[in-house]
Design a protein around this ligand. Sequence first.
Ligand SMILES: Nc1ncnc2c1ncn2[C@@H]1O[C@H](COP(=O)(O)OP(=O)(O)O)[C@@H](O)[C@H]1O
Ligand SMILES: [Mg+2]
Length: 298
Amino acid sequence: MKLKVGLYKTVTVKDEEKAELEALYKHPDVSEVIILEPGKMHIEIETDNVRFYFDDKLLNKDLVDIVISRSGFSSVPTAKELIKYCRRNGIKVFDNNLTKVNYLINKRADMIKLASAGLPVPKTFLFLRMSQLEEYLNRGVLGFPLIMKQTNTGQGSRVFKVNSLEDIQNILIQYEKKISAFLLQEVVDYQYDLRIIIAGDEYIGCMRRIPREGDFRANFSLGGSVEKFDPSEEIKQAAIKAAQACELLVSGVDILVTKYGKFYVIEANRTPGLEGISKAAGKEIAERVIDFMIKNAD
Ligand SMILES: Nc1ncnc2c1ncn2[C@@H]1O[C@H](COP(=O)(O)OP(=O)(O)O)[C@@H](O)[C@H]1O
Ligand SMILES: [Mg+2]
């Protein structure tokens, strides 16, 4: 049977994301792709009768057979209710364990999960009060430079290199945040910044990301360049373990490798982009991920 697949994305599907759309259209089991944009959603709520609409079309089994939920939702609780609504109405969903894990981006929780699984991670601190940080600096437990990253953002935004307490304070003022919204992390002097795609317990592919000149962040979404990379078996196994530690079915695991070959897992992303990796390592990367998502919708 051919399937109508709904792709649920927070943001309008952009040109830079065409790899995943192409893979969907190309999939032998897919007859139609319907983009479900939260911006075009409305909900009608009555006793025993809740209805989600997209573009004024009722979301039901006539519209889609499967929903793949991707990208950052403006509201995880609402997204969870949407996913449950689909399943109640006979629509299968690939939610990458969102309903189980309850968050999309939480670097604090994920760093704890990665470290607790025994994976090599950069030494990381989270303070609830400035006085705790100052105390650590005074005692020399922490020294500069440090990486400072907001716990609930992605795509390299709000990841900084800081050289003084003043730098930290300026960032807090600029973004009107408390210190508890950030992790402080040892700087890894990396030679390779790798993005590895995992689906289930399988290694799918890897790219190396090279930062734009003047930046230390290698994210593709910040204009970093990409090239195919073949990681060691040890790194592949670490990436699989990282995805599992963060309870992900599909994941984009970021690993930094030093010139001495030592490596650090820095995060496991829940909604990895497929464009950069498909460009670097081939279209079959997006195709295999999309195939996995379709087969694992439930
Ligand atoms: N501890 C670190 N040392 C050196 N560079 C880092 C460190 N943490 C992050 N980076 C750089 O910043 C990029 C973005 O950081 P990351 O933790 O992956 O957050 P995001 O979710 O925004 O991608 C990484 O790909 C890497 O290039
Ligand atoms: Mg990253």
